[in-house]
Design a protein around this ligand. Sequence first.
Ligand code: ADP
Ligand code: MG
Length: 358
Amino acid sequence: MDQKKIGSFIAARRKENGLTQNQLAEKLGITDKAISKWETGKSMPDLSLFHSLCELLHITLNELLLGEFIPDENLKEKSNQALFEVMASWLGKEQWERKTDARAPAVLTLKNVRKIYETERTSTVAVKNVSFEIAKGSFVGIMGASGSGKTTLLNLIATIDKATSGQIEIDGQSIFELSEKDLAAFRREHLGFVFQEYNLLDTLTVYENIALALTIKQTPKESVKQIVLDWAQKLEISEILNKFPYEISGGQRQRCACVRAIVTNPSLILADEPTGALDSRSAKQLLATFAMLSQNYNATVLMVTHDVLSASYCDKILFMQDGEFKAVMERGQEDKQEFFGRILDTMAKMTGGVPYVS
Ligand code: ADP
Ligand code: MG
C-alpha cells in the first residue's frame, strides 16, 4: 500500500469535489491537520472514517486503498491484485496450515479434489488438489483472481458438476456415491443456493418463491406459511412478500434468495459472488445477513467473493490461485473492524515490500 499515492489521490478527489481541507474535516468531524497529514502521506485515515470518506470523495473502498481510479473492466483484476498482495505479504511463503475447529463437526470435507476440463485440443486443470474442511456454523470465504477455479470448486460442492478425482463429503455422505436421482434429493435436503443464475422465478411472488422451496422439500402444508413469515421477518422482507421479483430491488431479491436458501434448514449454504450485482449498502446488508445466520442460527455458509470488504465479514478466508489453496486467513476473536484493520495493517507494512513468489 502506497500511503503517498493514496494521499495525493485523496487530495485530488477532494479538490475535484469542490471541498477545502477545512470543509472535508468538518464533514468527517476531525481536524484539518489530520487531512493535511493524509494528503502528504504522513498518516492514513482512521478505519472508522473509510466509509464516509469514500462517500464524500465519490470513490470505492478499493480505489481508496489503491490510490487510483479503477476502470470498470479492471475492477475484479485490480481488487484481486490488492487482495493478493495483502495475503502474500501477510502469510509470506509459509505453507497453508490446516486448522479445524475441534468443537464443531465438519459439515463439508474435501480430500484431494481435482477437476480437469477436457476438450478436443486442450485439457485445463481447473481445480488441482484441494483438501479442506468446513465446521458447522462457520462463514467461510473463497477468494482468488478470475480463472483461479472458484466457481468450478463451488459447482463440485454444489453437486452441479463432478470432480475428476478425490472425495467430497457433505454431512458425512460421499456425494460421488449418489445416483443422479439421489443427488437431486440430496441437493434439496442438504444444500441452499444463493447463485446469481439461480435467481427467483419471475412468475411467482416472493412468498411463492420461498414457499416453493419448502413444498419441494415436502414440508407439511400447514407449517409452510409460518416458516416463511418467520424467516421473512428475520431477514426484513415481510413487506415485499406479495411482490414479484421484478418489482423489488436487486438487494431485496438477493435477501429473498437468502430466505429461500435458509428456510429449508440446509446443512450448507453456497453463494457465488452474491454481492456482485449489488450497491454497497445492499451488499453490506446481505453480508451481515450471512454473518448473522452463521452466528445466531449455526448456519454454515461458503461464499465465493472477490472484494476485501466482503471478506471481512467471514470467519475464515481461503485464497485460491491456479486451482489450489495458497493461503488461509482466520478471524479468531476479532470483530469485523479489527479483521479489516489487520488486512490494512498488513497492506501498510507492504510499502516497499517483497513481491510474492509462489
Ligand atoms: P473462477 O470462478 O475463479 O473465475 P472458474 O472456476 O470459472 O474460475 O474457471 C477455472 C478455470 O477452468 C479457467 O481456466 C476456466 O477457463 C476453466 N473452465 C471453467 N469452466 C470450464 C468448462 N466448462 N470447460 C472448460 N474449461 C473451463
Ligand atoms: Mg467464478
